[in-house]
Design a binder for this molecule. Structure first.
Ligand code: MG
Length: 382
């Protein structure tokens, strides 16, 4: 097998650094062509010096000189968002690992499709906001998209070899996050430190907060809806606190398949890089000879309104998922800056949806406009 050449967008984040760990385990299978980071210039320089990619890019232009000072390889160094979008289409890239955070990742997904690249997608917001545009663009491209999200990787693994018409429903599992057993009253006083402490998964700050509010599960339902072209009504969320079953599919004959394993993002990452094949991975294994408890509970939509708002947004269609996403990004950032309380997050999302969403036919321009408009609105309201 010739080496697969990777562009990692967001290489200093949680998914980016774990992708590089996989490359370290399989230096004969992968090589790095592009590494990019938003602001973490020190780690980016360290990664460039280790992996010697052709291109290295820092989005924040102020940090460019700092990057130049630290890099000792012949890597071509760049900065800025426009250059980031251009980099995905260079010929020496086979797989684009899009692990950018938020709507910022959408343009890179669209450019990767235009350039016919294979995409390993960790940026779920791309699909949430512009799922229809992305799926249409994929139909006219040799590009294809493999999810890095653990739930969607599980669904894909369950669906290998199964015709679409056999799918009765998809069961998407959720850990329930750190506040699974909290009352609404207890949620009122949740602090940033509490919300950043996820019981099972070690992830970036934005997705950790989204997991705690269950907005993450809502975004993932929308993501699954587009990826597998399944109506949202056929995607059922269920609480599974152990995070061992990563999702399930029930088929028309009553049989269900599940994908299981210890919670470790390196598994969905390597599967996205090698699909439909597999490579050995040095990660913890389940010891099935020991006693384990796998339990399931229904989702409480009263205590976790974010997941309900996400499902409503996809039913409205048009700009509603874009409004939901932008309002949520702003609300999470404001919570992390300690400007608003924890239970203000769903309130801001709901007010934004009520005020701004419409079922118009979307285009890239409309999405960008509504994104900007929603961010301005969500930054002002309390
Ligand atoms: Mg997930």
């Amino acid at each position: 097998m010739t080496k697969k050449r990777l562009a990692i967008l967001g290489s200093t984040g949680s998914i980016g650094t774990q992708t590089l760990e996989i490359v370290r385990q399989h230096p004969d299978k992968f090589e790095i062509t592009v590494l990019t980071a938003n602001t973490n210039v020190d780690l980016l320089a360290e990664q460039i010096n280790e992996f010697k990619p052709k291109y290295g890019l820092i989005c924040n232009t102020i940090l460019f000189k700092n990057l130049q000072d630290q890099v000792t390889t012949s890597t071509k160094l760049l900065s800025g968002n426009q250059e980031l979008t251009n980099l995905v289409s260079i010929p020496d890239v086979d797989i684009v690992v899009n692990s950018l955070v938020g709507f910022a990742g959408f343009s890179s997904t669209m450019e990767s499709i235009k350039a016919g690249k294979k995409i390993a997608l960790a940026n779920k917001e791309s699909l949430v906001v512009g799922g229809e545009l992305i799926m249409n663009a994929l139909k006219h491209s040799k590009s294809y998209l493999i999810p890095i999200d653990s739930e969607h990787s599980a669904m894909l693994q369950c669906l290998v070899g199964e015709p679409k018409k056999s799918i009765e429903k998809i069961i998407i599992t959720a850990s329930g996050g750190p506040f699974r057993t909290f009352t609404i009253d207890q949620m009122k006083s949740v602090t940033k430190a509490q919300a950043l402490n996820h019981p099972n998964w070690d992830m970036g700050a934005k997705i950790t907060i989204d997991s705690s509010t269950m907005m993450n599960k809502g975004l993932e339902i929308i993501e699954a809806h587009w990826l597998f072209e399944i109506p949202v009504d056929k995607i059922e969320p269920v609480i599974h606190p152990q995070s061992i079953i990563h999702s399930m599919v029930t088929f028309c004959d009553g049989s269900s398949k599940a994908q299981l394993g210890p919670p470790d993002m390196k598994v969905p990452i390597i599967y996205a890089l090698t699909y439909p094949n597999r490579l050995p991975l040095d990660t913890p294994r389940m010891d099935w000879t020991l006693s384990h408890e796998l339990s399931f509970q229904p989702v409480d939509y009263e205590r976790f309104p974010c997941i309900k708002l996400a499902i409503e947004s996809i039913k409205i269609g048009g700009t509603a998922p874009a409004v939901l996403n932008a309002a949520n990004e702003v609300a999470v950032e404001r919570f992390l800056n300690e400007e608003i309380g924890y239970i203000d997050i769903p309130k801001i999302v709901e007010k934004s949806l009520n005020k701004l969403s419409s079922s118009v036919k979307i285009s890239v321009e409309i999405l960008k406009e509504i994104d900007t408009e929603t961010r301005a609105f969500a930054s002002r309201i309390d």
